[in-house]
Design a protein around this ligand. Structure first.
Ligand code: MG
Length: 265
C-alpha cells in the first residue's frame, strides 16, 4: 500500500505543489518524477500542516457513462454495448476540502456521482486488456459532479453539464497498490449514505476501459479516467435530491480513503 499525495504547506502559499508519501499522520517528501523515477526522502511534514491538492494535474479527463448495471436501470437507459465516453474539462478539477460551487447558470439540479478514478502512469497507446494495468500509476476517488438540468433537458450533450468549474473533485491521494475490480465505493451526503456499491459491478472493467480508450487516444501520464458511478444518484431518487449550499459530500473507496468537499452557492 503506497499513498501518494500532492500538497502545499498551509503557511507557505507560494510553495510549488510537491508530492509526498502518506505515512499515517505525516507526509514524507518525494524527490523525482512520480511518472518516472522517484524516491522518498528523509524530509517529513505533519499532515495537519499540509493542504492536500488534487493528486494530479491531468492533461485530459476521460469519463465513462452508465458503467454500473443498477445505475443504467435507475437512469432508464439500456445497458451500453460499448463504453459511453465523454470528456470533462481539466479546469473543473478541485482537490480535497475545496468547495463545489453551485453555478449561477444552473444552480438547481447539481448532483453527485462517486467514481473510481484511474491515474495513468505511463504513455499508453493501443494497449491490450492484458497489459492495460501496467500503464496505471494508481487510483483515487472522483466525484463526477453533474448539472442534471443541462445534462438531461437544456443541452443536446453532456459537455457543459459535466465540466462546469469545480465539477471534478479528485483525491485525497493516489493509492498505487489496490485491486480496482473489487473495491467498495460509496457517497455520503451530510453523513448519510446515498450510494453504496462495489467496483465489481462495473459493466466494463478498468482493463477494458484503458484498452478501449487507448485504441483512439494517446493516454498521457497523469490522464484521469473516471470509470462511472453506481446507483443512488440524486436525480433518480424519489423525491430527487440535489446539492445545496452548506452540504458536505464525501466520496469514499475502501483501500483509498475519503474525498470530502463542501458545497457553496
Ligand atoms: Mg459519471
Amino acid at each position: 500500500m503506497t499513498k501518494i499525495a500532492r500538497f502545499q504547506l498551509r503557511n507557505d502559499k507560494n510553495m510549488a505543489a510537491r508530492y509526498a508519501v502518506v505515512e499515517g499522520q505525516q507526509l514524507r517528501l518525494i524527490e523525482g518524477d512520480i511518472f518516472g523515477r522517484w524516491q522518498a526522502t528523509r524530509q517529513t511534514y505533519a499532515l495537519g500542516d499540509a493542504r492536500l491538492l488534487a493528486p494530479v494535474d491531468p492533461p485530459n479527463i476521460y469519463a465513462i457513462g452508465l458503467n454500473y448495471r443498477l445505475h443504467a436501470q435507475e437512469s432508464k437507459m439500456a445497458l451500453p454495448e460499448r463504453p459511453i465516453i465523454f470528456i470533462k474539462a481539466t479546469t473543473a478539477v478541485i482537490g480535497p476540502d475545496d468547495k463545489i460551487i453551485l453555478p449561477q447558470v444552473a444552480p438547481d439540479e447539481v448532483d453527485y456521482e462517486c467514481e473510481l478514478a484511474i491515474v495513468i502512469g505511463a504513455k499508453a497507446r493501443m494497449v491490450s486488456e492484458a497489459q492495460a494495468l501496467d500503464y496505471v500509476l494508481g487510483y483515487t476517488c472522483g466525484n463526477d459532479v453533474s448539472a442534471r438540468d443541462c445534462q438531461n433537458r437544456l443541452d443536446r450533450q453532456w459537455a457543459r453539464a459535466k465540466s462546469i468549474d469545480t465539477f471534478a473533485p479528485l483525491g485525497p491521494w493516489i493509492e498505487t497498490d489496490m485491486d480496482p475490480d473489487n473495491a467498495p465505493i460509496r457517497t455520503r451526503l451530510n453523513g448519510k449514505v446515498m450510494q453504496e456499491s462495489n467496483t465489481n459491478d462495473m459493466i466494463f472493467s478498468c482493463r477494458q476501459l484503458i484498452s478501449h480508450l487507448s485504441q483512439a487516444f494517446t493516454l498521457l501520464p497523469g490522464t484521469v479516467i473516471m470509470t462511472g458511478t453506481p446507483s443512488g444518484v440524486g436525480f433518480a431518487r424519489n423525491p430527487p435530491v440535489f446539492l445545496r449550499a452548506g452540504d458536505v459530500v464525501e466520496i469514499e473507496i475502501d483501500g483509498i480513503g475519503a474525498l470530502r468537499n463542501p458545497v457553496t452557492a
